[in-house]
Design a protein around this ligand. Sequence first.
Ligand SMILES: Nc1nc2c(ncn2[C@@H]2O[C@H](COP(=O)(O)OP(=O)(O)OP(=O)(O)O)[C@@H](O)[C@H]2O)c(=O)[nH]1
Ligand SMILES: [Mg+2]
Length: 303
Amino acid sequence: MEEKKGLFARIREGLAKTRRQLTERVEDLISYYQNMDDDFFDELEEILILSDLGAATASELVSDVRRKVQTQKIGNPEKVKELLRESLMEMLGDSEPYELQSPTVLLMIGVNGVGKTTATGKLAAKYTREGRKVLLAAADTFRAAAIDQLAVWSERAGVPLIRHQEGADPAAVVFDAVHAASSRNADLLICDTAGRLHNKKNLMDELSKIHRVLEREAPDSHREVWLVLDATTGQNAVNQARVFREAADITGIVLTKLDGTAKGGIVATITKELGVPVRFIGVGEGIDDLEPFDARAFCEGIL
Ligand SMILES: Nc1nc2c(ncn2[C@@H]2O[C@H](COP(=O)(O)OP(=O)(O)OP(=O)(O)O)[C@@H](O)[C@H]2O)c(=O)[nH]1
Ligand SMILES: [Mg+2]
């Protein structure tokens, strides 16, 4: 229970910008309109779109709120905030917390600069704290700096890192890491990959090569592919997710940088339009700034 309370508080904190903007705008709207007519609902929809809920999601939410206002004969605009939260909650549904199966190989993918390496480090620290044995693989071999950056995280988290030199074949790094993970009885091997795969074909080629290694060398490991998305890019992140989904079997999403943006509504769009569960959210640059995604905490955090 204590932990749950902490989680709610931290998610709330991370969503502060989104909440402030959204709440302010909804309250302005409420104070301006005496009754809830077409204009009121049009403006409400616009407010939601500005918080990056996405046009389709915003429109569905507003229709739902409107229906409730009519069927429940609600005349007071003050009620709208509560109805909105309720409708959002119904739309997202309750989220099951992610349960790590042992052993798991987790691939972190996503475009340049979204926060893959940072999320890798945070996850390594989190599971180590929980008593799991974690290993990292530096499968982003594009730059020496990328490998060094992951090395810093591996030290912070206190987990071993399997690395090759710059320019090495990422699949070869994964090959070595899988063997190291199995000989150390690791629960979780996290592979940080490069964001510089210029096109879909490169990405697919590299991922299928890694998957082949995993099929051959770690057939009994559970496999996860998590797409990392930067919340500050708003709808762009949703577009990225669509492209990546065509190239890879994504099993989860990590949404980063929610602390620095008022575009928190993006979570709803991703959950709803992509059907891939958001597993974790990033709420800062520190090692502890990663929270498991919880739909209820999220709804309360943004409204
Ligand atoms: N505020 C904030 N910053 C974050 C978060 N996650 C990552 N960052 C910052 O985003 C920047 C990029 O993070 P990286 O982890 O290097 O991103 P990457 O996807 O590995 O980047 P490439 O390897 O270059 O593709 C860094 O400055 C991080 O500190 C977050 O949740 N909140
Ligand atoms: Mg990186």
